[in-house]
Ligand binder design. Structure first.
Ligand SMILES: N[C@@H](CCC(=O)N[C@@H](CS)C(=O)NCC(=O)O)C(=O)O
Length: 199
């Protein structure tokens, strides 16, 4: 059985919990205290970060790498596109999410006083640029729910929690977010601490 070591409030761990719940398979999620990561996990996690996936002698870290492994190991429902061109595009977009949005998560989590206003504004601008996509389509890659939707959902869930305000032009993004949040499997994947992040 797969074991995911997760932090209950961590958006990266949240991504992996969503994918585990999307697949009909056995798994366990163990919450780890970020201020007291157990020694046996610290030695197998090179950067000391969660999430961490352990399955027999396989140890994986980095949420997107973990998620692609789960998706390939349990292909139904498939979350990465089957077509190589679409798959490459999906990987590029996952990369851009990290470089342009999720690179700010640590500062948002730490509520870094000096830079927090600028970071919130950058996040708001970055997300507003994506919003136009949802004038024409239901999900990030078209009409099918995919790994791209999994990757962005934890950030959209945390907008209020991180103090990120979106302008009116981003209304279609907020509608899209509600579409993601209403999926029963999305709700199953939330930890009690995440449930408290939104009223
Ligand atoms: N790039 C990593 C980021 C993981 C990450 O930053 N996890 C944070 C929690 S959100 C963590 O483990 N922090 C504990 C620490 O740094 O000691 C991924 O995608 O998995």
């Amino acid at each position: 059985m797969m074991t995911l070591y997760s932090i209950a409030t961590c958006p990266f761990s949240h991504r992996c919990r969503i994918v585990l719940h999307e697949k009909d398979m056995d798994f366990q999620v163990i919450d780890v205290d970020p201020n007291n990561i157990p020694e046996d996990l610290a030695v197998i996690s090179p950067y000391g970060k969660m999430p961490l996936l352990v399955e027999r002698d396989l140890v994986l870290y980095e949420a997107n790498i973990i998620n692609e492994y789960i998706d390939e190991r349990f292909p139904h429902p498939q979350l990465m596109p089957a077509d190589p061109v679409m798959r490459a595009r999906a990987r590029l977009l996952l990369h851009r999410f990290e470089k342009e949005l999720f690179c700010n998560i640590e500062a948002l989590e730490n509520n870094d006083r000096k830079s927090i206003d600028r970071i919130r504004a950058d996040m708001s601008n970055g997300l507003t640029m994506i919003a136009a996509v949802f004038d024409k389509q239901k999900y990030m890659l078209g009409d099918e729910y995919s790994m791209l939707d999994v990757a962005i959902a934890p950030l959209l869930w945390r907008l209020d929690h991180y103090g990120i305000k979106l302008p009116k032009q981003a209304a279609s993004l907020l509608k899209y977010a509600e579409r993601l949040f209403s999926r029963p499997l999305f709700i199953d994947a939330l930890t009690p601490s995440e449930k408290l992040m939104r009223k």
